[in-house]
Design a protein around this ligand. Structure first.
Ligand code: ADP
Length: 329
């Protein structure tokens, strides 16, 4: 095996079965990064507690998400896949980092303000501290790079600032300032044709859905709103079905749709049928592998437990340095 470039860390809240947005925006990249980096992928269930009010599905959602990740090609022999709350050191580091974090910075972050707008009835302390816990997640595992979309960039910048101020204050090198690896992943729009694909908006298409369910969701997709009748020419540039064709269909098909839609040579129904067919063909190997893995649910839990143990070893090494740097007895 060739030498890896360093360690990558990424976390995702346990949202259960993954949708096309998660797949194209994150999971696909997680799989690819394994070729170049030593990867640590964390299911951040503690983070989920800041926004989830009903926790009864957390365990099932953790399982379903891990199953999707493994079926999509995350290799647990190489990469560490684990559950945040099973490595207690993260809460310890979070507390320590909170002492070097100016409160005003946290309340100024756009993501915090957004959460306040979204859940005004539940502005809990954890929401303010979310970026500190995220910084602890990242630095606990001596991470060199974090793959992020542009919206998460301020959090990583913030992590770097915390690392600098901690290292400076305690005259140590215990915390590594992680690099930002900006991903060029597309923002996937939901079947409503307007908003980002998301489970909470129920505008998503699950990658583990059956071919029939997939076709049904694709047929519900909102296309160019100006195109009222079959005989009207359409505009692929504003159509989300076309955006997905560009990802899942062949170059000839993309070209055909592009030309024929504009002169009403193809209707939205046929265009969607073609997309559903190609989407199902693309996801078919993933679905077969998922069905195979789902035969042994204990396998997924074993992978996670093994990941927890490997993560704990790295975490404890970091904490030995961090505790010593602060002069704790
Ligand atoms: P989190 O709060 O952990 O980001 P999400 O379920 O919202 O949880 O997202 C998990 C990952 O999937 C993130 O990396 C996010 O950027 C990506 N993702 C989610 N929805 C979309 C989407 N519609 N388009 C592109 N990427 C998405």
């Amino acid at each position: 095996m060739t030498a890896k470039k360093g360690r990558v860390f990424s976390g995702a809240r346990p949202t259960g079965k993954q949708h096309l947005g998660n797949y194209l925006g994150a999971v696909h990249n997680y799989v690819a990064l394994q070729d170049e980096y030593d990867c640590v992928y964390c299911i951040v269930d503690l983070h989920a507690l800041t926004t989830v009010e009903d926790t009864e599905n957390l365990k099932q959602n953790t399982y379903e998400m891990a199953l999707d990740w493994l079926a999509a090609g995350i290799r647990p022999e190489e990469s560490i896949v684990f559950i945040q709350s099973h490595v207690l050191q993260v809460t310890e580091l979070h507390t320590m980092l909170s002492m070097v974090t100016p409160l005003g910075k946290l309340t100024d972050l756009p993501t915090f303000k957004e959460k306040v707008r979204m859940q005004p009835h539940n502005i809990n302390y954890g929401l303010v501290g979310y970026p500190v816990l995220m910084a602890a997640d990242i630095m606990l595992y001596k991470t060199n790079a974090v793959p992020v979309g542009v919206d998460q960039a301020p959090h990583i910048e913030f992590t770097r600032e915390i690392a600098r101020s901690f290292n400076h204050r305690f005259k140590t090198q215990a915390l590594i300032e992680p690099e930002m690896k900006i991903t060029e992943a597309p923002k996937v729009i939901g079947i409503d044709g307007q908003q980002k694909m998301s489970k909470s908006l129920d505008n998503h298409i699950e990658i583990a859905a059956t071919p029939e369910e997939t076709a049904k969701r694709v047929m519900m997709m909102v296309t160019d709103p100006q195109r009222q009748r079959r005989s009207d020419p359409g505009n692929p540039d504003v159509c989300n079905v076309f955006s997905l064709h560009k990802i899942f269909s062949s170059a000839e098909e993309v070209n055909m749709v592009n030309v024929e839609c504009r002169r009403a040579g193809i209707g939205c129904v046929d265009c969607k049928k073609l997309l559903a067919k190609n989407l199902n063909a693309h996801l078919s190997p993933f679905r077969a592998r998922r069905a195979e893995l789902a035969q042994k649910p204990e396998y997924v839990w074993e992978v996670l437990e093994d990941g927890n143990q490997r993560a704990r070893v790295i975490a404890e090494q970091t904490m030995v340095e961090v505790r010593a740097a602060q002069g704790l007895p």
